[in-house]
Design a protein. Structure first.
Length: 125
């Protein structure tokens, strides 16, 4: 894992922030992140340069996350607590050719507990 953005993002200290209610929705065009009255952001599948699955230690439990690196620049993090998560992780394997299926990356990310355990699930060549 030598990629600059991945290292930078994963090394961020865990900061407590007020939760923002973000909803994920997927379709053939991409992923939409909706934050209620704050609007929505669309990420087209062809903008996805790389995806890394990992987990964050949030004190009493681990939270599975996806780090999405975008073309030409930018990084977005989504997590399993967001509505639409299941649809997103299953859409990745059908919409991004060559992406690891959820069934292949989930267990290596999940164990051991309280370790970051990053797994590359997609990288655009």
């Amino acid at each position: 894992m030598s990629h600059f953005w991945t290292r930078k993002f994963l090394s961020r200290p865990g900061k407590k922030r007020a939760p923002r209610p973000i909803t994920l929705s997927t379709n053939a065009a991409g992923v939409t992140l909706s934050a209620g009255s704050d609007g929505a952001t669309m990420i087209a599948w062809d903008q996805v340069k790389r995806m890394v699955a990992f987990k964050r230690d949030v004190y009493a439990y681990d939270m599975i996350c996806l780090l999405i690196e975008l073309v030409p620049r930018g990084v977005v993090e989504v997590n399993e607590s967001m509505p639409g998560w299941k649809e997103l992780v299953h859409a990745v394997e059908t919409q991004l050719p060559g992406a690891k299926p959820y069934a292949e990356w989930f267990m290596p990310v999940t164990f051991p507990a309280f370790e970051t355990s990053p797994v590359d699930i997609f990288k655009r060549v």
